[in-house]
Design a protein around this ligand. Structure first.
Ligand SMILES: C[S@@+](CC[C@H](N)C(=O)[O-])C[C@H]1O[C@@H](n2cnc3c(N)ncnc32)[C@H](O)[C@@H]1O
Length: 545
């Protein structure tokens, strides 16, 4: 076999094997194949948009070792899928010890990806086929699942391939895994296609999204929605009764022109509170938390009344412990994020002449309509292949300890950490979602209308790199002690430099591997990343067994 020359254009396809001394070993032998290697894949067409700048590369060859070579059409794959396959082949070969001397044959693995493997060991072909299809199957998220995933900062919806690549190649099917910081719950949903998943998040919104992944409606969606509508409209009418002129004036703005003069009138309108923010209103009074706290800041007047009224309807129509309550609360949170005036809840969007049109358009959106849409979408998601084993709300420490004593005692088992990466404080960005769940009429403070600081969970992964790194070290120590494998999502734009993170891992775990992908990011309306908007997203896997 001729020794291929490493081609830097193909580096993106290589997993990095990291060592404690800071060295990273990669695969040395890669090359771009031009023209296409054979007629074998003659009808392969590029299927993936060229987000990675790979359209110029086409077919490429990766020599995993002198006895195993992979050929793939780079235009038809996501780089981390190849990283995973290389890693799995290397591991399998290390176990079986394939000899260079046997007769080498080329085997087709996946014609849609132009993927073949050349080896003398037929057992490796099956390993490659299983590994490849496992990653592809696990990472595929259906349209309805994608549409019913909340669009929140930090969601890994666009990184399911990267996660699937890392986890499938390091954990056998059916093994227990804890999603310790589940956020929108999309990763838990995805992982449940192959593993036994437990879920946790420190914030109430994350815990509700997590629990709702496996929740189904106990009754017909139309019947439930009709019942919710009836209760909600009673509450809504009572709220309109508290300030009828304010509701009528807002409706006039929604149907009026958008002149400078109207802007001034609307600005003045927004300065007047609709109802005074009180503590919990007396028994029998309509639900009014949002109307009293967020009207004309994060939402319009009618939108706040709709949020309050749906929240009242959820309380009346579903008992505390009913699983469908989590689904309905999730739908309410999604409606709130879709209808909010600005991109986040850290502070209300400023009303200016320039933002007037967009503000009016957003405040005219129907919360009820978005809620019903979210309910129907969530209810029609495919059922989870393995039900979520346990869902908790709390700090990762408690969740990991509990997991290790429960389902995580069956080894191998793993914990997935996806902590906040940035100095953005989640509690500032998502306080409103937590308040919608607790609905406990908190006092509100500051420009962002936050509940008291003492009532907001503050994560050590945020703010500063030193405490964040030390929090990581605590997590690594605990998992090592408990014999758990770990996966960590992080980015090259994170607070903790990735070198420091890798170093902390490789001092504690015998095997650390880095899987990566480059994606374009937007965060809370701001573009992040390099000059082209690209961020390198990593999943680091570490294990001692
Ligand atoms: C980047 S998001 C996770 C996103 C999630 N994987 C997804 O795809 O939607 C980070 C999450 O970590 C949670 N979190 C932060 N600190 C935590 C801690 N100490 N323990 C548990 N959860 C924490 C936050 O509430 C937030 O939901």
């Amino acid at each position: 076999m001729s020794v291929p020359i490493p081609d830097p254009a193909l580096d993106i396809f290589l997993p990095r094997f990291l060592k404690a001394d800071g060295e990273a070993s990669r695969l040395a032998a890669t090359r771009v194949l031009r023209p296409r290697p054979s007629d074998l894949f003659y009808d392969v067409e590029p299927t993936v948009p060229d987000d990675h700048g790979l359209s110029a590369v086409g077919f490429a060859e990766f020599a995993v070792s002198p006895s195993v070579r992979i050929v793939v059409d780079t235009r038809a794959v996501v780089p981390c899928e190849v990283q995973s396959l290389i890693y799995v082949m290397r591991e399998a070969e290390a176990r079986t010890g394939v000899s260079v001397a046997g007769v080498h044959a080329t085997h087709e693995i996946d014609p849609s990806a132009g993927l073949s493997i050349t080896t003398s060991d037929a057992s490796l072909v099956e390993t490659a086929r299983d590994a490849w299809h496992a990653v592809r199957a696990l990472s595929s998220v259906s349209d309805v699942e994608s549409r019913s995933a909340p669009k929140l900062y930090g969601s890994k919806l666009r990184l399911t391939s990267l996660l699937a690549a890392a986890v499938c190649s390091n954990l056998p099917a059916g093994a227990p895994i804890l999603d310790a910081m589940a956020g929108t719950g999309i990763v838990s949903r995805m992982l449940s296609g192959r593993f036994r998943v437990s879920v946790n998040d420190a914030n109430a919104y994350g815990a509700v999204f997590a629990r709702s992944q496996g929740a189904a409606l106990m009754r017909d969606a139309d019947e439930l929605i009709e019942r919710l509508r009836q209760v909600a409209s009673r509450n809504y009418d009572a709220l309109v009764g508290l300030a009828p002129a304010r509701f009528a004036t807002e409706a006039d703005f929604f149907h009026g022109d958008l002149s400078d003069e109207q802007f001034v009138k609307y600005r003045d309108f927004c300065r007047e509170p609709v109802v005074a923010p009180s503590e919990r209103p007396p028994c029998g009074a309509p639900y009014q938390l949002c109307l009293a706290r967020y009207a004309n800041s994060y939402f319009g007047v009618a939108q706040c009344a709709q949020l309050d009224s749906l929240r009242a309807a959820i309380d009346e129509a579903t008992p505390e412990e009913a699983p469908e309550r989590d689904l309905l609360l999730s739908a309410l949170l999604m409606a709130a994020t879709v209808c909010s005036t600005g991109p986040h809840f850290a502070q209300p969007r400023k009303l200016t002449l320039a933002s007037f049109r967009d503000t009016i358009e957003r405040r005219a959106r129907s919360v009820v309509w978005e809620f019903e849409l979210a309910v129907r979408r969530m209810a029609s998601r495919p059922p989870l292949r393995h039900p979520i084993e346990q869902a908790t709300q709390g700090d990762w420490r408690d969740a990991v300890t509990r997991f290790a004593q429960g389902s995580g005692s069956r080894k191998p088992a793993a914990v997935y950490f996806d902590p906040p990466y940035s100095k953005f404080q989640y509690s500032r960005y998502y306080h409103l979602l937590n308040v919608l769940i607790s609905y406990d009429y908190p006092s509100i403070h500051g420009v962002g209308r936050y509940p008291p600081l003492a009532d907001r969970f503050s994560s050590k992964f945020e703010h500063n790199s030193k405490p964040a790194l030390s929090e990581f070290e605590d997590a690594f120590d605990l998992c090592r002690e408990l014999g758990l494998r770990i996966f960590v999502s992080y980015s090259n734009r994170g607070l903790v430099p990735t070198d420091a993170l890798v170093d902390a891992m490789s001092r504690r775990f015998a095997q650390v591997v880095e899987f990566s992908d480059k994606i374009r990011h937007h965060s809370q309306g701001t573009r992040l990343g390099d000059h082209l908007g690209y961020v390198t997203e990593l999943v680091l896997s570490a294990r001692n067994d």
